[in-house]
Design a protein around this ligand. Sequence first.
Ligand code: SAM
Length: 325
Amino acid sequence: MSGGERGHTPVLLDAVVHWLRVRPEDVVVDATIGLGGHSAALGSRLGAGGTLIGLDRDPAALRKAEGAVRALGCRVMLRQADFGECGAVLAETGVGRANVILADLGVNSEQLDDAARGFSFQADGPLDMRLDPGSQTQASDLVNRLSEKALGDLIYENAQEPASRKIARRICEARRSGRIMTTAHLARLVCEAVGVDPSSRRSRIHPATRTFQALRIAVNDEMGALDRFLDAAPDLLDAGGRIGVISFHSGEDRRVKRDFLRRRGEGVYRIATRKPVVADESERDANPRSRSAKLRVAVREPAGEAWRATEVEGDERRGEADDES
Ligand SMILES: C[S@@+](CC[C@H](N)C(=O)[O-])C[C@H]1O[C@@H](n2cnc3c(N)ncnc32)[C@H](O)[C@@H]1O
């Protein structure tokens, strides 16, 4: 995550550049442009005949990204859109099929750092969590309206939180004395539910981490968007084109892995990354968020003779092995 400003570093940047193999005339779609870090690096490999299309649900992210890609020598188009609707955006731009599509899932550092967006339990703010401020449902709507069972299911299914039932019970008890409208209030309830004082916690992970993640995923229908994106991608890619997805938790990674494997079985994709690419120790030390990042890359078949001649050696041949990791 993160973009090209104030030392923010996009995750797995070298691997993204290596595996996506951008050529000067390519059409590159950055489906989650965020702060523009990956786009700036991929776009710097495009020439005047190349095109970069950047999408984000968050208009604030698009404004930041604009600064990061302004000086590129290629054609640049930025659109506020859900990547689940990537096909409609590509059709509207009239560029035809893409050679490279990247999705770096989740939230960017500016969204996390802005207490007013409500993504973080580290600073108090409204319980919002919408990536697109124009969308209807906020996290406070779910927290205050869902039944105890539905809330527990949501927290478990979206984040595999083992204490999901206890947390849902504590939230529903607290609701009897008033609505839960702030991140600090919710974080306190989660800590009470699991009996952990976050200031004296032994664990590296704050007790509210998974509950916040689960709510964010639900508010933004992140799994639905990912499914729609993965479904649309084969028709959006040119033969030999590459799709890369960076995921940050097992629910996302499982979806990407299963999609790529299924389509490999159908002759639609070749899997380029035999195992998911993860950050090395120096990146993990420098950027804690990279610790959970996994990059998977697939190549749209039929890849064509040119692709085979240049790439079947080395890591691509190993990519032919079963990707069961
Ligand atoms: C991890 S950040 C991307 C960072 C970016 N790769 C960079 O280098 O700066 C994820 C971005 O995806 C956006 N996003 C999340 N879900 C989305 C969706 N369904 N459609 C479009 N953008 C989405 C978020 O608003 C956020 O800006």
